[in-house]
Design a protein around this ligand. Structure first.
Ligand SMILES: [Fe+2]
Length: 307
């Protein structure tokens, strides 16, 4: 089983701008560059959590999922093979680059690459924020945070992520405008969500959670003062995970949700619900939000590939 979101890899022509962006605005730090010059962002004791590779255009490259340990990863890989998922084993160079002990990858039905790993490199007490922070990022057993993927067909996505991969449904947001499902794989309300946009796939945002409400407030001050990086969705609170957050621009077209105070769920008692709105209050759209692409997208054929 997948136990947490381990890391995320994107590519962008503006990869170098992440060095300043991630430290000065997010409070993250920059780890050693990848072999291709990728800028690597560190938010906790793991070697790095986000890699931004150099490329001609913005791309979602891979999502890394931790499966806990060798035994659990191998039995999960066998289980997925039994369900017809085509898995490939990562080579030595890939393991070294991702800083993991073992890696198996597959493409989801829409062609997005997911990597199953264990043994991600971690160095105790190695994280010190890139800007003054009262607390740290909320990671540990809850993983890096959450990602929201864009999928062309929500039912098909649900069949794959929930029925095949085993993500547990947290709840959904469905209205005339919104159609999303949220899934958990640990106590975090969701590590993965999928939003339906016909004909498209990609990533809308990565959520990073901070322990201290003041660090969210400081982020609002810093982004407000920065002429180059807009707040895309104003301070607001989500209906489902009760995260208080802002959504901000990055140097690439992927957004970051910078949040505080999300709830955790317990499978023994949690009952999936349905919400008709994503937010209780706030999360008002800025002009930059309306102008810009809300994420890294590419078109995908209706029936897709892989699986
Ligand atoms: Fe989110």
């Amino acid at each position: 089983m997948i136990t947490q979101l381990a890391y995320l890899g994107i590519a962008s022509p503006k990869y170098a701008e992440w060095r300043d962006y991630a430290t000065r605005l997010l409070g993250a730090v920059i780890a050693e560059d990848g072999p291709d010059g990728a800028v690597r962002v560190k938010v906790d004791d793991k070697g790095y959590r986000v890699a931004v590779h150099p490329a001609e255009q913005d791309e979602l490259r891979y999502v890394g999922w931790d499966c806990g340990n060798e035994t659990a990863l191998r039995s999960y890989v066998a289980e997925l093979r039994g369900k017809g998922v085509e898995l490939h084993e990562g080579g030595t160079d890939e393991l070294k680059e991702r800083q993991v002990a073992e890696l198996h990858w597959f493409a989801d039905p829409f062609g997005n690459r997911h990597e199953l790993v264990w043994g991600q490199f971690s160095q105790p007490n190695s994280f010190f924020p890139g800007r003054p922070m009262r607390g740290r990022f909320v990671t540990g057993d809850l993983g890096l945070g959450h990602i929201v993927l864009i999928v062309p067909d929500l039912e098909r996505a649900n069949a794959f992520y929930a029925d095949t991969l085993g993500f547990r449904l947290s709840d959904r947001v469905k209205s005339d405008i919104f159609n999303l499902r949220f899934y958990h794989c640990n106590g975090r309300h969701h590590s993965l969500a999928v939003a339906e946009i016909p004909g498209m796939t990609g990533i809308n945002h990565l959520m990073l959670e901070v322990e201290s409400f003041d660090d969210l407030g400081t982020a609002i001050d810093l982004f407000t003062a920065d002429p180059d990086r807009e707040i895309l969705l104003s301070l607001g609170r989500h209906t489902n995970d009760l995260m208080t957050s802002i959504y901000v621009q990055t140097p690439s077209s992927m957004q970051i949700e910078y949040g505080h105070g999300g709830i955790t769920v317990d499978d023994l008692t949690w009952v999936a619900g349905n919400h008709d709105l994503p937010s209780i209050w706030g999360h008002h759209r800025s002009q930059a939000y309306l102008d810009g692409p809300p994420g890294i997208f590419r078109t995908v054929a209706a029936e897709g590939t892989g699986g």
